[in-house]
Design a protein around this ligand. Structure first.
Ligand code: PLP
Length: 396
């Protein structure tokens, strides 16, 4: 892949004379100048509300906003752009779907879900939890015992934000629908959409949620994709301006998709910025993005293996995982690791990564997590390894 680092202004920042080693892209990605410029363009050239004005500037803003929707739809292989709903983030996208379910609905989740795809379902009913097989992978055979004729929904992550495990969504969806054609499948693609080509139709699923900020786009924007016929059946999530066709004293007729789910003024600059992020990723090519991820993850797995005392979690081979590596270092708490690495400007995450059920299941209180993206280099990984060796000396 072409060298993209010059596009990321934050990578030029030095703190105490040291370069930034950003290994926390699973939490949020850095932003390229093309995205920053596009957001700025909205504020400096055509700042106006969308859908409301009949003057040129508002029409320009609306056009840019809707262009972004079209780009996102094409990016994920949606049939039509009206199936793409803009929300605040992955969490809100999932909450939107969960809010339409009944307390009696039976929901199956995996043990490796982020709290975003766990807690909303837990509020509804007692969850049926799909545990892990060897090496942090799902045991597909177990699915047949979990999904029944009564199951309303399977909520599953495409890529675990801790183990990096890639779930075979298409295969899983086929099995689910064979057992129960009415069982819905919701995919949390927060760690997949930024890193690999996804195609919602090819997956055969019903709902897909992801966040702009993890895929080079602005914060405050999320996406919910859903099949048209299902979205049409769902009640609105929030009520107010721009989600209506008609309002009378005694009744309201709601707007068509996607506006039915987008009450109030959206994050206009953010959505337009997301459009630019999609352009940027398409320019790189999702095949090249994934290839780089496999290469850098492979390098990191080998490099971390050389550090005595390190235990890594998740599948052993880079082709089976996304660009995240959660690890522990014998005798040293994950928070101490992250704090000491920060002295050398190496940014990693420590804790439960919003996946407490998984950490309880693995019987570990916390892990350190390094995560990668298009701008991550081998030198970044080397800096992490040097830092870990230094920390080991401090704790000796
Ligand atoms: N799902 C996964 C797998 C994640 O990694 C994250 C964030 O880290 C989320 C959901 C939640 O994303 P957001 O905070 O943008 O709602």
């Amino acid at each position: 892949m072409i060298d993209v680092r010059r596009d990321f202004p934050q990578l030029r920042r030095r703190i105490k004379g040291k370069p930034l080693v950003y290994l926390d892209s699973a939490a949020t990605s850095l932003k390229p100048r093309q995205v920053i410029k596009k957001e700025q363009e909205y504020y400096t050239r055509y700042c106006a509300n969308v859908f409301r004005g009949i003057y040129r500037t508002s029409e320009e803003a609306t056009e840019e906003f809707e262009n972004a929707r079209t780009k996102v739809a094409a990016f994920i292989g949606a049939k039509e752009s009206s199936e793409v709903i803009f929300t605040r983030n992955t969490s809100e996208s999932i909450n939107l779907v969960a809010s339409s379910m009944k307390k009696t609905d039976e929901v199956v989740v995996t043990i490796m879900e982020h709290h975003s795809n766990f807690v909303p379902w837990q509020q509804l009913a007692k969850l049926k939890v799909w545990k892990l097989g060897e090496d942090g992978r799902l045991d597909i055979g177990e699915l047949e015992t979990l999904i029944t004729r009564k199951t309303r929904l399977l909520a599953i992550t495409a890529v675990s934000n801790v183990l990096g495990t890639i779930s075979p969504i298409r295969h899983i969806c086929r099995i689910v629908k064979k057992i129960n054609p009415n069982c819905l499948v919701l995919v949390d693609a927060a760690q997949a959409a930024p890193h690999m080509k996804i195609n919602v139709q090819d997956w055969g699923v019903d709902f897909v949620a992801f966040s702009s900020h993890k895929m080079l786009g602005p914060t405050g924007v999320g996406v919910l994709w859903g099949r048209r016929e299902l979205l049409e059946q769902l009640p609105p999530y929030q009520y107010g301006g721009e989600m209506i066709k008609e309002v009378h004293v005694d009744r309201t007729i709601f707007a068509d998709l996607p506006h039915k789910f987008e009450a109030g003024t959206p994050h206009i600059a953010g959505v337009i910025g997301l459009g630019a992020a999609v352009d940027y990723l398409q320019f790189l090519g999702m095949g090249a993005v994934r290839k780089h991820e496999i290469e850098i993850t492979d390098y990191a797995l080998n490099a971390l293996k050389s550090v005595k005392g390190v235990t890594m979690y998740g599948p052993p081979h880079s082709k089976d995982r996304g660009g995240v590596i959660a690890f522990t270092l014998k005798g040293i708490h994950a928070h101490d690791i992250a704090q000491l690495l920060d002295e050398d400007n190496v940014c990693i995450r420590a804790g439960h990564h919003c996946a407490m059920p998984l950490h309880e299941y693995l019987k570990i209180p916390a892990t350190a997590r390094a995560s990668f993206y298009v701008y991550t280099t081998r030198q970044d990984i080397d800096a992490l390894v040097i830092g870990l060796e230094k920390i080991k000396k401090i704790f000796q």
